[in-house]
Design a protein around this ligand. Sequence first.
Ligand code: ATP
Length: 232
Amino acid sequence: MILEIKDLKKVYDGTTVVNITHLQIGQGETIGLVGNNGAGKTTLFRMILDLIRPTAGSVLSKGENVMQSDAWKNYTASFLDEGFLIDYLTPEEYFVFIGSLHNLTAAHVYEYLQRYEEFFNGEILNKGKYIRDFSKGNQNKVGIAAALMQNPELLVLDEPFANLDPTTQIRLKTLIKSLKQQHQISTLISSHDLNHVTDVCDRIILLEKGLVIKDFNKDENTLKALEAYFSE
Ligand SMILES: Nc1ncnc2c1ncn2[C@@H]1O[C@H](COP(=O)(O)OP(=O)(O)OP(=O)(O)O)[C@@H](O)[C@H]1O
């Protein structure tokens, strides 16, 4: 087990926005987190990454509380939003910087980037532009690729398909699936795209008003079941 959530609560202005009694995430699981706007997905991710503190409860990563240990930072990579990027760098500079945090040389980083040529679709590298001047979709590509580059054991992506063009969405799904096959990586993906999330994930967790309403392994009926749930 890589993650364990115990009695986790976040309360804003008297409203409980996350309320999860117990949740376990196993090694190698690809988990899709779905739920309508305001369900608490991003808040949950922020507590998993110790970006915000819970009102109560804890997140344990390999048994250690993420608020009290730094160990998880060595094997966890994430991209939640553009706040993770550094606007005044070019994508190349940003990748080299992130690589340096993980002891990757610039040469390693450039070698790694070649593998993502298709995903970048000629729009990211050698443009002579700063990250701030890229479109939102292309900024997302930079953030996602930088997260994948860290070769993490736990990968957390908040709405990675949003803002990507359909071609890149499909390429991202292929990337996530191949990562899963090659490494025992655990992945948490939030998404409003029920098609993509059921395609790529083997377990789906449905949040509503901060509560886990459903938690099930994917089978051939999952997409229909989710569509029925959300059309009620
Ligand atoms: N800093 C904050 N202060 C007050 N309320 C907040 C804060 N951050 C989040 N919330 C509230 O918490 C609830 C959950 O928000 P969250 O962003 O986690 O939902 P989400 O499931 O990620 O939604 P979306 O699908 O729209 O991204 C919402 O009602 C939101 O308004």
